[in-house]
Design a protein around this ligand. Structure first.
Ligand code: XIL
Length: 371
């Protein structure tokens, strides 16, 4: 008996065919099969999905992904909102969701200036705490969070977005209080808390040559100190006119040459005009129409160009599959992407691997195993 499939707009689901379940499952073309043996494939998921409020998103993730990353629930403002206070509810459910499905679960993120719990760097006087106090807070936070998920989280984005595009250190509270040492300290604490977890640096604008150089130095420095660092996460927030793919690839190769693995993280590609805040348009309606030009669907020519650019990136990952170990979209389908609200609120975006009807985007079809 041939396995029966139910085609829900683009999403292949198994039909009623219980005796054949095994055979049928093996026949469903999935992304995780497509890239098996090359790299992990997955996405960021939010608490709505984990809580069962996005069943179609759940189907995508369960069928196609073998790795997930926490979109928001592990950021310090959420998980450690006050000193000594931890809110584990969403993070626990997220980790269980992934483990129940046999996925590699990625923690995001231990040290980040954004969505940082406001109390973290401040004393009772509202001023930055001393270096000693900050070290202790960092150690407690990392030991507590990483320790709770010891043996469950496959890898951690230990430090996120520490370097600016010009290659200098971001003047975050961590940097202002501890200087460059906050990075090795964070890696040390994370490794103490779970010696088996993979540890990553993660950042955007990785095509920038200055940023590339600083990260190469930083990785070499961590390694020369004997600290564990497994991979560098190249955040892949892209658009129709950025990044420079050649420079992006140069960075990928340069990071790989240091001996660490490379992960394409936070992958999404805006299909909308890149926001130029200097645009000289006085009429708000015209300005909004310019920024949000496709509220009812992506025109065919833009879609074709978008797919070609995405295919180029995926082919780049495949060409470097010896060093690329994970490819991770920042979300599941277009309707839930953070890009609908950033950097401009209220736009209709098309940045992810699945469209609003939960169809796989056309560029991915060539990678699927043929039935
Ligand atoms: C974003 C989330 O997707 C949004 O829901 C949230 O409001 C803001 O943060 N770089 C990162 C991610 O490392 O954590 C950010 O995620 C996107 C940019």
């Amino acid at each position: 008996m041939k396995p029966q499939y139910l085609l829900i707009p683009g999403l292949l689901l198994l039909g009623a065919c219980s005796a054949q379940t095994k055979e049928a499952t093996a026949s469903v073309p999935t992304l995780k099969d497509a890239f098996d043996g090359k790299f992990l494939i997955g996405g960021a998921i939010n608490t709505r999905l984990v809580d069962g409020l996005d069943p179609k998103g759940d189907s995508i993730v369960s069928l196609h992904f073998n790795t997930i990353v926490a979109e928001n629930c592990m950021k310090s403002e959420k998980i450690n909102p006050a000193e000594g206070v931890y809110d584990w509810d969403d993070a626990d459910k997220f980790v269980k969701y992934g483990l129940d499905r046999g996925m590699k679960v990625i923690g995001h993120t231990l040290v980040w200036h954004s969505q940082l719990a406001p109390w973290f760097p401040l004393g009772a006087d509202g001023k930055y705490v001393s270096a000693d106090v900050m070290k202790e807070r960092l150690r407690n936070h990392i030991h507590t969070v990483v320790g709770r998920y010891k043996g469950k989280i496959h890898g951690w984005d230990v430090v996120n977005e520490a370097i600016l595009d010009d290659g200098t250190y971001r003047k975050s509270p961590f940097y202002e209080i501890l200087g460059e040492e906050f990075i090795p300290l964070a890696f040390q604490y994370a490794h103490e808390a779970d010696p088996d977890a993979e540890l990553y640096l993660n950042d955007y604008s990785m095509a920038s040559p200055a940023k590339r150089d600083t990260y190469v130095k930083l990785i070499n420095d961590l390694r020369s100190r004997g600290l564990r660092i497994d991979a560098i996460g190249m955040q892949a927030h892209m658009g129709m006119d950025y990044p420079d793919f050649d420079e992006f690839e140069k960075s990928l190769v340069a990071f790989g040459d240091t001996g660490v693995k490379v992960m394409l993280t936070e992958w999404d590609m805006s299909a909308l005009p890149t926001v130029n805040t200097g645009a000289n348009i006085s009429d708000t309606t015209a300005y909004n129409a310019m920024l949000n030009p496709y509220p009812d669907g992506l025109p065919e020519n833009i879609s074709r160009e978008w797919n070609a650019r995405m295919e180029h990136v995926m082919d780049m990952c495949l060409a470097h599959a010896d060093i690329v170990t994970r490819v991770n979209a920042w979300g599941t389908d277009d309707s839930m992407s953070w890009k609908n609200g950033w950097p401009v609120a209220g736009r209709t975006e098309y940045p992810l691997l699945f469209d609003r009807n939960h169809n796989l985007k056309p560029f991915l079809k060539k990678y699927l195993p043929q039935e």
